[in-house]
Design a protein around this ligand. Sequence first.
Ligand SMILES: C[S@@+](CC[C@H](N)C(=O)[O-])C[C@H]1O[C@@H](n2cnc3c(N)ncnc32)[C@H](O)[C@@H]1O
Length: 338
Amino acid sequence: MTAAMAPEGSGSRRSPVERQALSLVEWTVTVPGAAAEAVGHILRGRAAGLVEEETPGGVALRVYLPEEEAEAVRAEVRGRLAALPEHFPGLGLRGDPFWSESERVLGTEDWAERWRDFFRPVRIGRRLVIAPAWRPASPEGGRVTVRLEPGLAFGTGQHASTRVALRLLLRALRRGDAVVDVGTGSGVLAVAAALLGAGRVFALDVDPAAVRAAAENADLNGVADRVAVRRGEWGEWPEARGNLLVANISPEVVTALASLAGERLAADGRAVLAGFLAEDAEAVAAAWVAAGWTVGRELREEGWAGLLLGRRRRGWRRREPRPAGEAVAVGGRGRGRR
Ligand SMILES: C[S@@+](CC[C@H](N)C(=O)[O-])C[C@H]1O[C@@H](n2cnc3c(N)ncnc32)[C@H](O)[C@@H]1O
């Protein structure tokens, strides 16, 4: 995503998680007509939104790649294209290479539309699925479905950081909890919490586009009566209190939340923190531990980490961090993967 075209109130405030997830590259590979089908097959397997167009120079095949994956995907696809003349001599492919390429990084408006091509239903643990609002809802046996229209806000479940936060939410949430979601983005965590049984959710974001998206998604999922969405930071909303905090933002912001958490969360308070890389988890945990909290669990996925903390009390002890799908019990009382 180019900062110049970022929506009001965002741009430079975007966290590393958001910046990584929002950058999209449009990549066009132009090939002789005879190779279009084979190349289209290769591209379809590695990228989203394939569009074909006849041009004077051949058939232009256009796909969309998350920027952080683009170079690796292109290198792999180029390798497979280079092998085509030998594997399919009948196509008569000449030239080294036989194709031409161009690319452009998409701006916010393009991104908002194109990102839809990437948004597939995402299953979280055994109980939750995050699905795009514009595709027909297909009930998934026994799973709670969060339907989302992210607009320009972050949070579709396609990013590992959101998935880590959702998995920890599944573990941390108790029926009737009052949840505070700081940095709600699309409202994905807030809506999931409400659908999973939270009594009420107070969802905050500094970005007006996120506030709009989260309110719309609460409405879309029929939980607007239990999810209050407001613009601002946690410190600006004294009524934002509860027993569970969820925050997927950045190492700096989630570290700074520790002091307010002591004041705003109840005696059985729990916190789900994400938005930082595995290498930053120890520093985030240390700040919260210094503020009187205990780490109950750490999850990791694709290099991103998440922490579940509780107010220091008997029965909470720290376990070794686990990659996705290998969560272990907190204090020996857990129920395995959720
Ligand atoms: C990485 S997104 C997370 C969105 C969603 N909660 C999720 O888990 O996918 C972080 C969000 O935090 C917001 N944000 C950044 N700093 C903030 C702050 N100090 N207080 C509240 N929101 C903040 C951003 O505008 C953005 O929408």
